[in-house]
Design a protein around this ligand. Sequence first.
Ligand code: MD3
Ligand code: FE
Length: 237
Amino acid sequence: MSGLFPRPRAVVAPGAVHVPEWLSPERQRELAAACREWARGPVPLRHTVLPGGGVMSVQTVCLGWHWQPYRYSLTADDVNGARVAEFPGWLADLGREALMEAYGDESPARTYAPDTALINFYDGAARMGMHQDKEERSGAPVVSLSIGDTCVFRFGNTENRGKPYTDVELASGDLFVFGGPSRFAFHGVPKVYPRTAGPATGMGRGRINLTLRETGLGTPDADWRQRRSREFPKSSR
Ligand code: MD3
Ligand code: FE
């Protein structure tokens, strides 16, 4: 919700830029609606099962590549084996626009080619523990977009899960870009404030976080089509 006090944009650490209320209410509603569709499948929104047998309290759905701890794959072998939905071109455009906004410079944005999105859904009880994102084979920035309820986002250091860290509130429409030395910092979401989203956000309840990333794994569709055409020549299709 656009509060009484405007929150200024902030460089939280080198390469880590927070731009409050970057997405217009209309764009938030469009993105929330798109996420609702992606949550239906081909790989449904679900609680990721961790290698130790635990389940994440956050629910996730992926585009482009399927993420599971601690790797990416084309098919969701830990869910239903389906190929994840493709990463749309308009989302890559939005990622480049976000980089332009955060860094005020065309050059990082021009070459930015995100090929995967992780969409996380938080109900009032969901949390995300402190972790690093290291499955990508690319040092390109991560673009984070928040829609719905406000949360506390904890931005840490690159050494360990503990202090020093900075707590930042992420509200609906906020953009956060993590590049440069911030790309491999520990981070987490210790708290979501239930029912803090305004009606204009298109969220009944809960919080969505959409992250755009470059996996550095190549073009999934090129590989997929190539393999398919080798296994099933055109004449037999
Ligand atoms: C800093 N998501 O998906 S968003 C994640 O709100 C994740 O769902 C949280 O951590 C969420 O991996 C935090 C901010 C964020 C996302 C990815 C990052 C910060 C990051 C990757 C590298 C460094
Ligand atoms: Fe993360």
